[in-house]
Design a protein around this ligand. Structure first.
Ligand code: MSP
Length: 504
């Protein structure tokens, strides 16, 4: 089995204030990184900021400072967000770093050597907000299909021979059926490519905030060529052959649906042309609306992740974002639904199970995991052995990025444990049958240990509180440890409440 795993978030334009859309891409990618680590993989998780291009240059001009000074300030907002989200990223790339410039120039030279670049003149429409070129027939009512303003651009430009790669791309999609997920998005990409690819303008001359083209400094590279290259910069393309060998190609690029075309058409074409291996999967997640409305600065309904986390807690927000929508679909953020999920799934189902089992055991079993003397009934056995099946289900679901379904598997386990405790009513056995009471509590504590291990990638802080209170050693928190069982006599710590209920 290939034991390395490389996962990326999009790199964010630092000119905007971090919002929930950014937080969402990052939280999901962080989930995969944590999951794979617990599964025993050597994970490289990359995030960062996309600091060149006209959009950033204009934002700096508006602030009356030079672009470098500007990005030095604003990229900090994204580093802060990464910390606030407690991302487990191994690297944070900024495209203004020298290591990235070197890597872009190497890729450019490779593309040039292989005959994929030529000099010509671009004339057409450009949308600064999307940092994308559009032809006349793509415009809708004089705007980009995204609704962004466009401007007429006419300037000397290098082109990438994208049209030469159309058939190879279609073959690649055909042979790698899961390269783009979800399937509906893949179909959109395939029809776009089938409708015919034109060569792509990959340099600009009318401004200069970017990576200079090797041997022709009048041109700077198109910001998307520069940005996409971040994924190979950080994995060592021009700096560390060993690392590159270990981690490239990436296993998973997590992107929003709006930037799928760049990742699923341009990026593989650049890589094929440079004779580099292609990423294994690009997954396009959906977009969030806020209480049914499109999120936009002009409406003023942008959701600030910092405030959201301050108000509700990080794990609560992570849980909600992953559970609320099937990954890949659009989702609606609503405070009412968030509060409902916190109260019912987290505080009631998970919080109560944990609280009642551990408090009762601490009190009645001398603060230790009780003895079971191997006297398990079939029902007991079901509760503690179902984990093999659950783990297999979860691993399979993760291979196809069905995150919300994984949570459903875990919550079925939680609800089975709650049913079991109600049926078995250990509190009634305190004076009549302590031995049986002990077996029941043992099974429940073991079930909670399993739940704690499974929950780590989803709600890392809560999972560590659960595992700490069962004195589970840090080395025994991987999925591999699920084949063992908790030992009798292990110290139990009195639990603190996991999730306070929220008043609506
Ligand atoms: N810089 C480019 C990405 C380059 S990757 C080589 C970019 N940056 S961005 O800051 O504009 O957006 C980053 C991510 O935020 C995208 O994946 C985008 O889909 C996501 N979101 C922005 N608004 C969103 C929502 N309302 N909902 C969910 N995600 C959204 O694009």
């Amino acid at each position: 089995m290939d034991k390395n795993f490389y996962i990326t978030t999009p790199i964010y334009y630092p000119s905007a204030k971090p919002h929930m859309g950014h937080a969402y891409s990052s939280i999901v990618a962080d989930f995969f990184a944590r999951f794979k680590r617990i599964q025993g993989y050597n994970v490289f998780f990359l995030t960062g900021t996309d600091e060149h291009g006209q959009k950033v240059e204009i934002a700096a001009k508006n602030k009356k400072i030079n672009p470098l000074e500007f990005v030095n300030q604003v990229s900090k907002n994204f580093e802060k967000l990464s910390n606030l989200l407690n991302l487990s990223n191994n690297d944070f790339i900024r495209t203004t770093e020298n290591r990235h410039k070197a890597s872009c120039q190497k890729l450019w030279s490779d593309l040039e050597k292989s005959g994929n670049i030529y000099l010509d003149k671009y004339s057409g429409w450009y949308s600064v907000r999307d940092e994308a070129f559009f032809s006349e027939n793509e415009l809708l009512n004089g705007k980009a299909p995204t609704g962004a303003d466009v401007e007429w651009v006419e300037e000397p430009s290098y082109f990438f021979r994208l049209s030469n790669w159309q058939d190879e791309l279609l073959n690649f999609y055909e042979e790698n059926k899961d390269f783009i997920l979800p399937i509906t998005r893949k179909n959109e990409v395939v029809s776009f490519v089938k409708s015919g690819l034109k060569d792509l303008s990959i340099s600009r001359t009318s401004f200069n905030w970017g990576v200079p083209v090797p041997n022709n400094e009048k041109h700077i590279m198109y910001v998307w060529l520069d940005a996409l290259t971040n994924y190979i910069t950080a994995s060592g393309y021009s700096s560390d052959a060993n690392k590159f060998e270990t981690f490239w190609p990436a296993d998973l690029h997590v992107v929003g649906k709006d930037i799928l075309r760049f990742h699923a058409v341009y990026w593989p074409a650049f890589l094929m042309a440079a004779k580099l291996p292609l990423p294994k999967r690009v997954f396009a997640h959906g977009w969030w609306t806020n209480e049914g409305e499109k999120i936009s600065k002009s409406i003023g309904n942008v959701i600030d992740p910092v405030k959201l986390i301050e108000d509700f807690g990080l794990d609560q927000v992570r849980y909600f974002l992953i559970r609320e929508v099937p990954f890949g679909n659009d989702g609606d953020f609503s405070k009412k639904n968030l509060i409902q999920r916190i109260n019912s799934d987290l505080a009631n189902s998970l919080g109560n199970l944990f609280q009642r089992v551990i408090s009762f055991s601490v009190k009645n079993c001398d603060e230790k995991v009780p003895n079971h003397e191997n006297k398990f009934t079939p029902k007991d056995q079901d509760l503690i052995d179902s984990i093999n099946l659950e783990l297999n289900q979860i691993k399979k679901l993760i291979e196809i990025q069905k995150l919300d379904d994984c949570l459903k598997v875990i919550w079925t386990k939680i609800s089975n444990s709650n049913k079991y405790i109600d049926e078995q009513a250990p509190w009634n056995l305190k004076t009549t049958d302590q031995k049986r009471m002990n077996v029941i509590l043992y099974c429940l504590i073991e079930s909670i240990r399993q739940i704690g291990i499974l929950l780590q990638p989803f709600v890392p802080d809560t999972a560590s509180k659960i595992l700490d209170s069962l004195s589970v050693d840090n080395k025994e928190r991987s999925f591999a440890s699920l084949k063992d069982k908790i030992k009798t006599g292990v110290f139990l710590k009195k639990p603190n409440q996991l999730f306070p209920r929220i008043n609506e």
